[in-house]
Design a binder for this molecule. Structure first.
Ligand SMILES: NC(=O)c1ccc[n+]([C@@H]2O[C@H](COP(=O)([O-])OP(=O)(O)OC[C@H]3O[C@@H](n4cnc5c(N)ncnc54)[C@H](O)[C@@H]3O)[C@@H](O)[C@H]2O)c1
Length: 284
């Protein structure tokens, strides 16, 4: 059984990490929670039936010797806490952003000696991202030339009232670091690494020190391929229709196959119109 500890008993730990670990109860057990706020960690431990609550990471590592630590604290604490856990021999799953600078990243990498750290980048593992990667890899979309990556989310002023949000020293960036990081990660997972970045950032409305909007044009490293934010060179797309009347999705349709993989074949009632596959293809 993998002994897991959670550091940072805040929002994401309770909403996402505890349920994820409970879903793995056959191979992982939560042995401890840590937070500098004693009242919060005790309430967290009581609510989630976690046997031990600590206000010191070092104390927890020493007493519990966990195999794995989930780091769910504010971003500016990640690097030091990840390194502390690694040095204690624990593997680490750290919330994004894993750290604030490349120098911090080097420090984490240097501390990986038998135990390793990984960062939460959940969007690349979602069914949509997996499906997109399959389409690109299978050539269904043709040769990718240009891609748009947009994070147009909404967070009100109150969202940034949390002390660590919106500060360069504590969050390391605004929505670029806090939200867009997910979609950029998906884009990287689909199209590979960047070789060049040109970017602008500004603070237009929110009462924060960091940016509240950013835009970038990036050139991808793979030879002969361009990706950027805006373009007038996209050819129109059309929708293709599956010709199948079979109750199971046709094997030639990547979208339907993905559906079948996730949920199993869906019987089609007699007389219902043919399903329309939403695979865009370039107009020939
Ligand atoms: N992957 C995602 O989609 C996603 C979503 C939300 C948040 N996050 C990330 O999760 C992290 C936490 O976010 P949150 O919304 O849960 O924040 P939060 O403010 O709700 O919780 C952070 C907790 O850390 C505790 N803490 C502060 N200093 C500490 C220390 N030195 N030792 C131990 N505990 C300490 C705080 O008391 C608080 O309980 C951030 O890095 C954030 O970017 C990721």
């Amino acid at each position: 059984m993998i002994k897991v500890a959670i550091v940072g008993a805040g929002g994401i730990a309770g909403i996402c990490h505890v349920p994820a670990l409970r879903a793995q109860a056959h191979r992982a057990e939560i042995v401890a929670a840590v937070d500098v706020d004693a009242g919060r960690v005790q309430a967290f431990a009581a609510e989630h039936r976690i046997p031990a609550a600590y206000t010191s990471l070092a104390g927890m590592l020493d007493a519990e010797r966990p195999d794995l630590v989930h780091v769910c604290t504010p971003p500016h604490l990640h690097a030091a806490q990840v390194v502390e856990c690694l040095r204690a021999g624990a593997w680490v799953w750290c919330e994004k952003p894993v750290c604030l600078t490349l120098a911090e990243h080097d420090t984490i990498t240097a501390a990986e000696r038998g135990a390793y750290a990984s960062v939460v980048s959940q969007h690349r593992f979602g069914s949509g991202a997996r499906h997109l990667r399959d389409l690109v890899a299978g050539g269904v979309l043709g040769r990718p030339l240009v891609a748009l990556c947009v994070t147009a989310w909404y967070r009100d002023h109150a969202y940034f009232d949390v002390p660590w949000r919106g500060g360069w020293a504590t969050e390391g960036g605004g929505p670029t670091m806090g939200h867009g990081i997910h979609q950029m990660d998906v884009l990287l997972s689909v199209l590979g690494r960047w070789s060049e970045v040109r970017a602008m950032a500004g603070t237009l409305d929110r009462r924060i020190d960091t940016e509240d909007v950013s835009m970038a044009a990036v050139r991808f490293a793979r030879p002969g391929r361009w990706r950027r934010w805006s373009t007038a060179s996209c050819r129109p797309v059309r929708r293709v229709t599956c010709g199948s009347t079979s109750p199971t999705p046709p094997s030639s349709c990547a979208t339907c196959m993905a559906t079948a993989t996730r949920t199993g074949p869906r019987p089609r009632r007699a007389g219902t119109p043919r399903r329309t596959c939403r695979v865009p293809t370039r107009r020939s």
